[in-house]
Each structure stands twice: as C-alpha cells, then as structure tokens.
Design a protein around this ligand. Structure first.
Ligand code: APR
Length: 251
C-alpha cells in the first residue's frame, strides 16, 4: 500500500497544470481560527448577525466591535505556516500554477505565492461607504467605532460579506483555471460555501484528479476526492513538497 503522500507526489510531479483551492484550515497553524468545526468562529458568533452585508449596513459599529476588530488584531500578527510556504515552493518548482483562496489574510502572498485569486477579497484594505476612498487596514484608527474615512464616511473591509457577490474577475478566472487544471489540490476547506465549493466539481467534471488535505472528511471526500490526505496542512505540505523534489531531481 503506497504512502498517500508519496502517491500524491507521483501525481503532482507529473501534472501539467495544478491549481490549489484553500480555505481557513490552511491558516489554522498560523493562529487564525477556522469558521466551522472545532474552535470555529461561527460556533461563537452567528455569521448571519455579524458577517452579512445587511447586518453591517444596519449596525456597522456592532459588526466592527464584535467581528472586524478582533480579525484585525489576529491578522496584524499572523504569519505564513508551512502549509502556505509549501504551496509557494510548489509554484517555484513549476508544479502549481494558481492558488484560489477563500481566505482574506494575505498569507499566501506573504509566503511567496505569486498567482493568488482572492475569492473573498482581502482584509488588508478598507473602503469608504460614501466616497469609496481606500485605506490600508493597518492605518485604521480603532479608537473610534465604527472607523471613519477623512470624509466622515464609514469604513468597511474589502472582503465579501455573506449576501454579497463574488468579485466578477475572481469568479470567472477561478472557473477558468478550475476547468483547465488536471489536478486540484483542495487544502483546509469545509467545502460548505458556494460558489467557492463548486470549483472542485468544475475541475472534476473536466477530468482533474482531486487531492484533498484536511484532518477531517468533507462533503468532497466521499463524492469526488481521488486522494484524501488526512492531516494538518502544516504537517503534510512540507513532506509532500520534499517527495515532489525527490521526483524532480531523480525522475
Ligand atoms: N490543515 C488543514 N485543514 C484544516 C486544519 C489544518 N491544520 N485545521 C482545520 N482544517 C479544516 C477543517 O477540518 C475544515 O474542514 O479546515 C476547514 C475549515 O473550514 P471552514 O472553517 O468552514 O473554512 P472555509 O472552508 O474556508 O469557509 C469558507 O465560509 O464563512 C465563510 O467567508 C468564510 O471563506 C469562508 C468560507
């Protein structure tokens, strides 16, 4: 029985176009809690009350105080873990083309990944609801709630709230690269949120092999995953990259 990581390295080292789809789980080992499952944020607060655009527009001060302020504190100090750096290594080795990420923490880019599609936007920037001016989140004054633009308008993160559309370019390009890949590496997502969770199905329908990295099974595992690697991304990824390197240096 082949070691599943060795099996995955066989597949990835021969693939022509690999795409990764990542979720909150890849950032767990960077100290950022997931949304669902053990220690999940949505186990503590109701996303429909605090992460829906209508809730934000109804009461921006409460959403800033309950959700956004803590996110800023977490993301200000979060750094990439071996899960992120492993994907960046795969890109440098010519194994991985694109990362589609549902995360807004910017850790893939910080780890060195160059081609990253931010499906749900990025928390690094805020926009004014009135004049649309953009402000770096790190520059936002949190002593006043909700934080305001110099024009007096309320600031909102450049992330996709529930109830909002996915930015067109991110959606179309994600569908394109998912349809074109011959391997999709699905890392750290519960595959519960649409339309991100359709990407592995688009890939599968176009003949791709689905490799999943997650300590838990997901709705994908029994339905479309060809090779589930059960474990944390921070543990599996370095071993996977090492096994790929061995195959690239002595094929
Ligand atoms: N390595 C890999 N996967 C992990 C790890 C780890 N160390 N720890 C947890 N996981 C897995 C969990 O088992 C779970 O399947 O990561 C997944 C996290 O799932 P969610 O918290 O639902 O995150 P995600 O799939 O990204 O959520 C999608 O939902 O609330 C919205 O906008 C939010 O982008 C988010 C979207």
């Amino acid at each position: 029985m082949t070691d599943p990581i060795e099996h995955a390295a066989d597949i990835l080292s021969k693939a022509k176009s690999t795409v990764a789809l990542t979720g909150a789980g890849i950032s767990v080992e960077s100290g950022i809690p997931p949304f669902r499952g053990k220690g999940g944020l949505w186990e503590k607060i109701d996303p429909m009350k605090y992460a829906h655009i209508d809730a934000f527009l109804d009461n921006p001060e409460t959403v800033w105080k309950v959700l956004i302020k803590d996110m800023k504190t977490l993301l200000d100090t979060a750094r990439p873990n071996p899960g992120h750096t492993g994907l960046a290594d795969m890109e440098r080795l010519g194994i991985l083309k694109t990362v589609i990420t549902q995360n807004v923490d910017g850790l893939h880019q910080m780890a060195g990944s160059c081609d990253v599609i931010e499906f749900h936007g990025n928390f690094a920037w805020q926009s004014c609801l009135d004049c649309n001016r953009r402000v770096e989140t790190s520059q936002v004054d949190l002593t006043r709630m909700p934080p305001r633009c110099i024009c007096g308008g309320i600031l909102r993160p450049d992330c996709v709230f529930f109830g909002e559309m996915i930015p067109d370019e991110a959606l179309v390009r994600s569908q394109q690269v998912s349809a074109a890949c011959d391997v999709m590496l699905v890392v750290g997502t519960s595959a519960m949120v649409q339309p991100a969770a359709t990407m592995p199905f688009i890939a599968k329908d176009n003949g791709a092999v689905i490799i999943e990295i997650n300590p838990e099974p997901t709705p994908l595992t029994a339905r479309i995953s060809n090779l589930p690697l059960l474990g944390g991304a921070g543990w599996i990824m370095p071993r996977l990259v090492e096994a790929i390197r061995r195959r690239l240096t002595c094929p």
